[in-house]
Design a protein around this ligand. Structure first.
Ligand code: OFO
Length: 171
C-alpha cells in the first residue's frame, strides 16, 4: 500500500512524463512542417516513449492501492527556433526530469518505501540513457551549425537513433 506522500509524489511524476510526451509531440510536429522527416520520426517515437513512462507509473500506482490521476497540462510551444535550440531545450528538459526522479527516489528513502524505491531504479537507468542520447545529439547539431547539407544528412541519420532511446525493457 502506498502512503499518501508517495502517491502524491508519483502522481506528480505522472504529470512530468505526460508533459514530456506533449513537448516532444510539439517538437515532432514542428519538424514535420519544416520537412525534416527524420527528426519528426525520431521525436514522434520519443513522445510515445514518454507516454509509456507515464503509463508504467499509472499502472504501478493503481496496482499498489493508490489512484493515478490524469491532470491538465500547459500547452507546449508550437515553434522551437532552430534544431540547435530545440535539442538544447530537449537536453535541458531531460536534466530536469532526472532531477525530479532523483527527488522522488529521495522521498521513497525518507518514507522507507523500498518497493517503490526498487521500481524507480528503472527510471534512474532510463534517465542516464536519455541524458546521454540528448547530449550526443546536441553535440552533433552544434558541429553542423546552419549548414544545410549537414542538416539534411543529420535528418537521415537521426532515425537510426530511435532504437537507441528505447531504454531498459518496459515491463
Ligand atoms: Fe521519461 O524519460 Fe525523458 O523525460
Amino acid at each position: 500500500m502506498l502512503s499518501k506522500t508517495i502517491e502524491e509524489a508519483l502522481n506528480k511524476q505522472v504529470r512530468v512524463e505526460a508533459s514530456s510526451s506533449q513537448v516532444y509531440l510539439a517538437m515532432a510536429s514542428w519538424a514535420e512542417t519544416l520537412g525534416f522527416e527524420g527528426v519528426a520520426t525520431f521525436m514522434y517515437a520519443h513522445s510515445d516513449e514518454e507516454r509509456e513512462h507515464m503509463l508504467k507509473l499509472i499502472k504501478f500506482i493503481n496496482e499498489r492501492g493508490g489512484h493515478a490521476k490524469v491532470s491538465q497540462l500547459d500547452a507546449p510551444p508550437a515553434e522551437f527556433g532552430s534544431f540547435k535550440e530545440m535539442f538544447e531545450s530537449l537536453f535541458q528538459h531531460e536534466v530536469k526530469v532526472s532531477k525530479s526522479i532523483n527527488d522522488l527516489v529521495d522521498i521513497t528513502l525518507q518514507e522507507k518505501d523500498y518497493a517503490t524505491h526498487n521500481f524507480l531504479q528503472w527510471y534512474v537507468s532510463e534517465q542516464i540513457e536519455e541524458e546521454a542520447l540528448a547530449r550526443n545529439i546536441l553535440d552533433k547539431i552544434k558541429l553542423i551549425g546552419d549548414d544545410k547539407g549537414g542538416l539534411y544528412l543529420f535528418d537521415n541519420d537521426v532515425k537510426s537513433l530511435i532504437g537507441a532511446q528505447s531504454g531498459p525493457e518496459l515491463n
